[in-house]
Design a binder for this molecule. Sequence first.
Ligand code: ATP
Ligand code: MG
Length: 423
Amino acid sequence: MTIQRPKGTQDLLPGTVEQWQYLEETIRTVCQAYGYEEIRTPMFEATELFQRGVGQTTDIVTKEMYTFLDKGDRSMTLRPEMTASVCRAYVENKLYGQPQPVKLYYMGPMFRYERPQSGRFRQFHQFGIEVLGADQPVVDAEVISLVWNLYQRLGLTQLEVHVNSVGCPTCRAEHRKQLQEFLTLRQGELCNDCQERFERNPLRILDCKNPSCQALTTGAPTTHDTLCEDCRTHFERVLVLLGAAGVVYRVNPRLVRGLDYYTKTAFEVMVEEIGAQSAICGGGRYDRLVEEIGGPPTPGIGFAMGLERVLAALQVQHQLPEEKPRLFAMLIALGEKAQNEGFALLSALRSQGMSVSMDLLGRSLKTQLKAANRQGAQIALILGEEELAQNLLLMRDLTSGEQIEIPLTEAVEEIKKTYQRGV
Ligand code: ATP
Ligand code: MG
């Protein structure tokens, strides 16, 4: 049996990788425009970090983590998300001692043991940001507007931006009470997961994807109904600022993030066209998380965006650049002597930043010219024994077929001129 890649993982081959690079570059440009700096943390962390930082009762921690014992019998986990790691790094590197807020972004692979399907992988990639050390509504608005602007720049349309406030521990206690009262009589009809959630975390019942649970919770009290004065003012400010930034959003009182340390703003972005896994971005405020993992009380807000899903959306909306970067020149050296000379020229051209290839299979002139055309090269540089004897090089424009002779001693200069002019 041949060895295959693990289920739920992907090989990204040339042709596809360029699309990733385009997306990554656009993301970096937007992050820079907003004054965010990149952070890179380890691919694995102590398991406890995610148990505390993501939450014991979440799907991620209960069923999706890649956890293993290392040779020192320590429990390690491949990161399923980055917020916990970023908060750990913030505490461990005492970033709270720097001017606040700290505005960070990250990009990279995450790992979750899930049932692979369209838009759902076991190794997938997220771009995300975290702002630590600022609790003002303007931060929430900046974060959401960054997402919005990135999608605008990418040309994505048909977006649904849902925004909500889940309140703080104070107003959530009241909501929890009201929600449990509302659901008491229907408790038996909830799905198994929701029956468990009823005591532990009833808020998450509002978020259940099961249609019958959704029907049962129609008209249920939402977090919205019980917001305290502080949370309500905060939320209203966020909405005003989002309007000012031109973000088109919808308030969705059913949108929840069901952990104790999630507070106030929660948001999600959906693109229905990409199918069942339509959420391309999710985020919110977590004013108690840094404390939860042992740091000083520090407000935080962030989001994570699934890059496979963003690319899928760009694909269905025909927003991906078609162009592959083109080869500038193909060097065709015939015979050993010409190859020696050609190899030196190749280095010189490449070190000047031109993209040049040379035949590595010892093929004939005709075959090499064909290959050059297939690779989209703009010019061919031909060096045969005859040319070499006269210290010459042929430069052929592969579009027009025009060909000129240039002295070998001036080759680099001449070719560079052509390169700068563009053929
Ligand atoms: P879902 O409800 O789809 O499982 P989630 O709530 O688990 O999403 P988050 O943990 O908030 O997702 O992650 C943020 C984003 O990362 C999601 O909106 C999605 O775009 C992407 N994402 C999450 N899990 C996967 C996965 N297994 N494969 C691909 N993308 C994913
Ligand atoms: Mg999930």
